[in-house]
Structure formats: structure tokens, C-alpha cells
Design a protein around this ligand. Structure first.
Ligand code: ADP
Ligand code: MG
Length: 266
């Protein structure tokens, strides 16, 4: 049986995953702040709108307005999509009770209920879901990360979503690792940033994509005004360049996380 794949809207990225993300997958998008996770999710959403998928975007770290403004910088009109009933942005930051699609409490129960309500509103058919980010739901209880991620996937996978679930490394707070998402995910896309000769560079790697002969190399990326994310050629990085910060590696070792950490590869 042929796997139905959804384009991410970034052609070069699609090529890394044999044409796109398999329909129905829940994919973890992970990395430090400022690495491009949100921009990647905006691409995925804009492409969904372009091909007629319904799109639900849950934003916990930025307001709905901020998401709309960021999208506009790359040429996507989310406001019109909302008005036309093709997209719902769930704002989990502002707690604005006058906005129908805000989350009053940042809990997984409320998230799941609101997403289902939004899907009902948008109607039947193929849909894309972004939760940017999941980390917000277990900030004060990181041990729940895996359970919550499982709950989200178990319930929402019945609703014809192909989903990107963002998780952050909170390197300084050491408490909010996103590994819960990675444990339940059908795929893992990891972003990294590295300061090289006084210049910030960003990288992407597909660490996991079930049912997919995916590319295994690190690719440099760029974020370009008016255009969005661009995947450049694969790089040959030195291992120490993309090792996780020592503090994180230590924490991971403590938690017996032997898989998936870049520092253990190679
Ligand atoms: N209009 C733009 N033109 C160029 N780069 C941009 C533009 N908007 C955002 N960026 C880049 O994207 C970065 C934010 O990426 P983002 O996806 O929000 O990171 P993350 O979600 O991983 O924290 C900014 O720090 C900036 O470098
Ligand atoms: Mg972000």
C-alpha cells in the first residue's frame, strides 16, 4: 500500500522524507529557542491551506496576532484563512476571554477538548494540527511529559490529523525536556543552532520518520525574509559542533535516555 504523504511546503525538506510526512503521523519538532521550529510549522500550515486541508494551530508561546504577523512576513495570509473557515488559531497565551479560541487553562484536557471543538467547526476532511509548543503543558510537572503526549496522540489521532508537536529544550531550567513527545512520536525532526566564527548557523536533521527511507544527514537551513525556511546542502559537521550542551547531556544520562541525543551519535 502506498503511503499518502503531506508536503511540508518546503520542497527540499520533503525530499529528505521521501516526499512528505505520512498522513496521520504525529511528528515531534524539537530544538532550542530560535532554531526555526515555529517557522517550519508555519510552512506546514500554509501548505495545508494551499492544498485545501483544514488547519488548527495551537500557540502557547506567542499570541495569535504574533503568529499572523510572522506568517505575513513570508507571504501567508492566515487572517483571511480564519475568516473563510479554513483555519483556527488557538491562542493559549493571552487568556483573552472575549476570543472564542483561547485556552483559559493550559492543561492537556482543555487542549484536547478545544482542538476537537475546532475540528468540528472546520468540518470533515484531511486536517493539519500544530501544537507550538507542547512543553507549555508540563512546565510545572515535567514528569508528566510522556503521559500527556501519549494522551494527546491517543485521543487526537481519531480526528484525521497529521500533526506537528513542538517541544523545546529548556537548557537553563533543565526541567522541561521535550522527550515525552519524542517517545510517542511517529517522527522526530530536530533543529540545532551553533555559533560558528561569530555567526549563528541553524541546522535540521530528521532523526526518525516511520515508514520512510529518510535522509540521515545534517542540513544547514536559512530563514529568509519574504520567503521562509530554505534547506541548504548537507553539511559535514564536527561531532562536537552538534553535541548537546554538556549540562543537557549529563541530565539525559541521568535519566537513562540513551537514544536520540545527538551527543551519543557517531
Ligand atoms: N522575516 C524574517 N526574515 C528573516 N528571518 C526571520 C524572519 N522572521 C523570523 N526570522 C528568524 O527566525 C527566528 C525565529 O524562528 P522561530 O521559528 O520562531 O524559532 P523557534 O520557534 O525555534 O523558537 C528569528 O530569530 C529570526 O532569526
Ligand atoms: Mg517558536
Amino acid at each position: 500500500m502506498k503511503v499518502e504523504r503531506l508536503s511540508t511546503g518546503i520542497r527540499e525538506f520533503d525530499e529528505l522524507v521521501a516526499g512528505g510526512i505520512p498522513r496521520g503521523f504525529f511528528v515531534a519538532v524539537t530544538g532550542e529557542p530560535g532554531t526555526g521550529k515555529t517557522v517550519f510549522c508555519l510552512h506546514f500550515s500554509a501548505e495545508g491551506l494551499r492544498v485545501g486541508d483544514k488547519v488548527i494551530y495551537v500557540s502557547t508561546e506567542e499570541s495569535r496576532e504574533s503568529i499572523i504577523r510572522q506568517a505575513a512576513q513570508f507571504g501567508w495570509d492566515f487572517e483571511t484563512a480564519e475568516r473563510e473557515g479554513k483555519m483556527i488559531i488557538i491562542d493559549a497565551l493571552m487568556r483573552d476571554r472575549s476570543y472564542e479560541w483561547s485556552l483559559n487553562e493550559v492543561t492537556v484536557d482543555e487542549l484536547v477538548a478545544k482542538v476537537i471543538e475546532a475540528k468540528r467547526k472546520l468540518g470533515y476532511g484531511r486536517a493539519r494540527l500544530v501544537v507550538d509548543s507542547m512543553s507549555a503543558f508540563w512546565l510545572d510537572r515535567p514528569v508528566m511529559a510522556r503521559k500527556y503526549s501519549y494522551q494527546v496522540k491517543r485521543i487526537l489521532s481519531k480526528w484525521d490529523f497529521t500533526a506537528l508537536l513542538v517541544s523545546q529544550y529548556a537548557i537553563t531550567t533543565e526541567s522541561a525536556f521535550g522527550f515525552g513527545v519524542e517517545h510517542v512520536a511517529d517522527g522526530i525532526i530536530r533543529f540545532r543552532k551553533v555559533l560558528e566564527k561569530d555567526e549563528l548557523k541553524r541546522y535540521i536533521i530528521v532523526e526518525k520518520m516511520r515508514q520512510t527511507p529518510h535522509d540521515l544527514r545534517v542540513h544547514e537551513i536559512e530563514i529568509v525574509d519574504g520567503r521562509g525556511m530554505i534547506i541548504k546542502r548537507p553539511t559535514h559537521m564536527r561531532r562536537e559542533d552538534f553535541a548537546l550542551p554538556e549540562k543537557v547531556s549529563r541530565k539525559l544520562a541521568e535519566r537513562r535516555q540513551t537514544t536520540l541525543a545527538w551527543s551519543t551519535g557517531g
